[in-house]
Design a protein around this ligand. Structure first.
Ligand code: GDP
Ligand code: MN
Length: 418
């Protein structure tokens, strides 16, 4: 029986197969080509510096703050982060800190962190209205759904506070009274180490190079935490007639299914209405140095309000990292994104840490002082780095390479696949 079914197919002449399949193959090739991201002829996002600098302590500062959201029970981890950034950067540059909490601060947290941050800190509480469910959301249904998301094992998705945090960092953060007077922020989290000396002012460099968003690590999002996010943003792009940037293209994994069949794929998670898929690549937002005015624009805030009304911060677990990254790909000129590849940065188990620059460590510098650091290496760009792992590592991942494609002329140096 089976033979009878197969045999006629085997007799199909090659020309017929090619005639039928050819147009589909051609269409897929054109479709893939449509999403290819050309490499620029020259580097559009080189590191600001590739060796130690004498910190210019008398230079004009930018209007910036170091901002950390934390819980009272994260005192030790928060203190670790601040100790590290003070040692590696802020003892020379004296930027103010803003600590944010959704609850009243414990006096002990204020006392300890005030000391570590040398009295430069403000401790503020996020107003309830900016840390809650949006209007129009059925709160009981949302709470029930959050419980179910937790049971399905989606990371952090069973914690109501985490959903509020993601919504807050996605949009409400930029409207806080306590931050209104600042243009730039450097986002800090508890449990972070800066593993190289940062001897120049990144805010000044961001401003000088007309950058709006700086990151260290790019990686994959957990797809099941936000299956409807990409579709929502892609629909918004279409509704608003927003032109496609090269970075937007770089976030897409174009479907290999020929038209019209790929349209049916649009029902799958993390796809747009045409069946193309988000690669899940995004910037890891626990480190950000960015221009709040970008996130305060009507274009961004309208997008946030639209996402907020969709309810996905609660009925899914849309993360602020994914929201920021996709919004930047949608709304920012890709040349305005900066990769701080010269920074040593560790959070949780992931880190980026460059090799030290040959002849670039300023061992005699009085202001930098003496110290120890890892060996210098050819092509190193780090300043006095001491990496947390066995070897220097820039997180040269699939996602980093992909998101840097619009600005990087040279082929990627790092080939790990994470
Ligand atoms: P992860 O890095 O995504 O695993 O999440 P974290 O637990 O590090 O949370 C991200 C940031 O949000 C950290 O700065 C936390 O201190 C903060 N955060 C998360 N949930 C809450 C919360 O319920 N209250 C407060 N005040 N901060 C929170
Ligand atoms: Mn974290």
């Amino acid at each position: 029986m089976l033979r009878r079914i197969i045999r006629p197919a085997r007799r199909l002449p090659l020309w017929l197969i090619l005639t039928v399949a050819g147009p589909f193959i051609f269409e897929v090739v054109v479709h893939q080509w449509h999403f290819s991201v050309p490499r620029p002829a020259s580097e559009l996002d080189a590191p600001f510096f590739t060796s130690c600098q004498e910190p210019d302590v008398s230079a004009k500062r930018e209007n910036a703050a170091l901002v950390m959201l934390a819980r009272n029970n994260e005192l030790e981890k928060a203190n670790r982060t601040v100790t590290s950034i003070e040692q590696q950067f802020n003892r020379w540059f004296n930027y103010p800190y803003v600590f944010l909490n959704d609850e009243q601060w414990d006096p002990s947290f204020i006392e300890v962190l005030n000391k570590t941050s040398r009295g430069l800190a403000t401790f503020d509480v996020v107003p309830r209205a900016q840390w809650t469910f949006p209007e129009g959301v059925d709160i009981n249904a949302a709470k029930q759904n959050i419980k179910e998301q937790g049971e399905r094992g989606i990371p952090h998705a069973g914690e109501e506070g985490y959903h509020h945090m993601c919504r807050f960092y996605s949009g409400k953060f930029y409207q806080l009274d306590v931050l209104k007077k600042y243009k730039w922020y450097w986002r800090l989290e508890p449990d972070v180490d800066f593993t190289c000396a940062i001897t120049y002012d990144p805010f000044v460099q961001m401003a000088r190079h007309k950058k709006v968003y700086g990151f260290t690590i790019a990686l994959w999002e957990v797809g099941k935490s936000c299956p409807g996010l990409y579709r929502s943003i892609a629909d918004w792009k279409e509704m608003m007639g927003i032109p496609t940037t090269s970075l937007w293209k770089a976030t897409v994994s174009a479907s290999w299914m020929p038209y019209p069949f790929r349209r049916f794929m649009s029902w799958l998670p993390n796809r747009d209405a045409y069946g193309d898929e988000w690669s899940l690549c995004h910037y890891w937002s626990n480190f950000e140095i960015a221009d709040m005015d970008f996130f305060r624009t009507k274009a961004y805030q309208d997008l946030f309000d639209y996402l907020d009304k969709k309810g996905g911060f609660y009925f899914e677990r849309w993360g602020d990292a994914a929201v920021h990254s996709l919004a930047i790909a949608l709304l920012a000129d890709p040349r305005k994104i900066h990769h701080f590849e010269d920074f040593g940065y560790r959070h949780a188990l992931l880190y980026q840490c460059p090799a030290n620059a040959p002849g670039g460590q300023l061992p005699e510098s009085e202001i930098l002082g003496s110290g120890t650091w890892a060996a210098e290496e050819d092509n190193g760009i780090g300043c006095r780095c001491e990496c947390p792992g066995p070897s220097p590592r820039n997180f040269g991942s699939y996602c980093l390479n992909k998101l840097k494609q619009p600005t990087t002329a040279k082929r990627p140096r790092f080939a790990s696949f994470l």
